[in-house]
Design a protein around this ligand. Structure first.
Ligand SMILES: Nc1nc2c(c(=O)[nH]1)N[C@H]1C(S)=C(S)[C@@H](COP(=O)(O)O)O[C@H]1N2
Ligand SMILES: [Mo]
Length: 411
């Protein structure tokens, strides 16, 4: 049959991965539905052009809104289990707003740079766009991402619920160092206080060293203007650090000589340790990974070949290596990394696997270029206790049942 010939021309087909025997019932199901699609669409005129694109009507994956008493203080989660590659579509970038999304006219918006500088400056968005810019791929991850892992695993938790507070985009903006040099940094300045224009005036203190290193005032996201949910028209983008410090709807950068102990760095975003002390200014996101396919809520369609795929990232630089276990963490093998592997960005890993139909657990662990190894939940809790809400980077397990169901499990 034509279908068989086509398939045997692909590399995978020649290597026998997609033989009906290994694919199980999937091959028999896929072929007829493909032909029906050709008959239906083949001879009639298709849809027309349009000013702003939309995805296929057959695609339905969505952000999932995390419940909150106040809609404006809510968050939504990226459907990691449905994504390919490394870039998160802007429309699916997770959201975390403490006081809702302000509706800002870029023509009215201003960024003030003041405090311990020689020349306080005010920039319009147009003026910022005249400044030397860079484009970089970075993840943004809420430090609360993975917080469900402080509690024992619930079987129904999927990748979106457990890890959907990370997203990765191509950001364009002006390095903060360029703006601060323009203003003239006074020698007594050691911190930068960044403030948002939303109703809560979200404010964080940023060490000046980091500000002069790689922080951006970003106005572009995946080729177009930053989405309102991500901070339109301007956001701070602090690569590799907890999402909370990347102030959206940015309106002020003030240089000061000490951290300002704001709400977000005292009452919130600190980690309570077993001895009752709280870790503070835990900025850097630790190395992390999650298998996204197959993952919670998926169902394997019988024994055979499945390519395992997932995402890894670290706030300490590049992902050096990802290891995958298909036996619940007893043995680990190296996964392939999709290049180019960019620092402080999501990295796609893949691992070829043949399921023999027996019950097992899949897991992945990330090792970053600093040598930081993603820990098991037990070893993380041995150091950090369970009173923390933030910064949990424990290894994620997915239990494959004999019936092909995939469930959340601790490894
Ligand atoms: N002004 C302002 N900036 C903000 C927030 C906010 O509520 N207001 N939320 C912070 C938090 S907690 C996170 S995790 C990130 C989320 O960025 P995103 O909504 O673009 O994913 O933005 C941060 N910056
Ligand atoms: Mo956050």
């Amino acid at each position: 049959m034509a279908g068989d010939e086509r398939r045997s021309e692909t590399g995978r087909g020649r290597r026998g991965f997609l033989k009906a025997a290994t694919l199980g019932s999937a091959a028999a199901v896929l072929r007829p539905s493909t032909l029906v699609g050709q008959e239906r669409n083949g001879r009639s005129l298709g849809g027309g052009v349009g000013g702003y694109g939309e995805r296929s009507g057959f695609e339905s994956t969505l952000r999932r809104v995390r419940g909150s008493r106040y809609e404006q203080a809510a968050g939504s989660l990226t459907p990691l289990q449905d994504l390919n590659g490394t870039i998160t579509p802007s429309a699916l970038h997770f959201e975390r707003h403490h006081a809702g999304i302000p509706d800002i006219d870029p023509a009215e918006h201003r960024l003030l740079i003041d405090g311990l500088v020689d020349r306080p400056l005010v920039f319009s968005v147009d003026e910022l766009q005249r400044m030397p810019a860079v484009t970089r791929v970075y993840f943004v991850e809420c430090s609360g991402n993975g917080r469900v892992k402080w509690s024992p695993a619930e079987p129904e938790t999927d990748a979106q619920a457990a890890f959907g507070m990370t997203s990765c985009s191509e950001w364009t903006g002006v390095p903060v160092s360029v703006l601060l040099r323009e203003a003239g940094v006074r020698p007594d300045a050691s911190w930068m206080v960044a403030e948002g224009a939303d109703a809560c005036r979200l404010t964080r203190s940023v060490p000046l060293d980091k500000a002069m290193d790689d922080i951006l005032v970003a106005y572009g996201q995946n080729g177009e203007a930053i989405r309102p949910a991500q901070g339109y028209p301007l956001r701070l983008l602090i690569p590799g650090w907890e999402g909370n410090i990347s102030i959206k709807w940015l309106r002020r950068l003030q240089l000061v000589d000490q951290s300002y102990l704001t709400r977000e760095e005292t009452a919130k975003y600190t980690d309570l340790m077993p001895n009752g002390e709280a870790r503070q200014y835990t900025f850097v996101m630790d190395s992390k990974s999650v298998i996204t396919r197959p993952s919670g809520g998926h169902r394997l369609d019988g024994p055979g070949f499945y390519q395992i795929s997932g995402l890894a990232w670290s706030g300490r630089g590049r992902v050096q290596r990802v290891e995958v276990s298909t036996d619940g963490g007893r043995s680990w093998s190296e996964a392939q990394l999709q290049g180019p592997v960019l620092p402080l960005a999501h990295t796609r890993f893949r691992f070829d696997w043949s399921w023999d139909g027996s019950e097992t657990t899949l897991a992945s662990r990330c090792i970053d270029e600093s040598g930081d190894v993603q820990p098991t939940r037990a070893s993380l809790i041995a150091v950090r206790g369970t009173q923390s809400s933030y910064h949990n980077n424990a290894i994620q397990g997915w239990r494959i049942g004999r019936d092909g169901t995939v469930e959340n499990v601790d490894v």
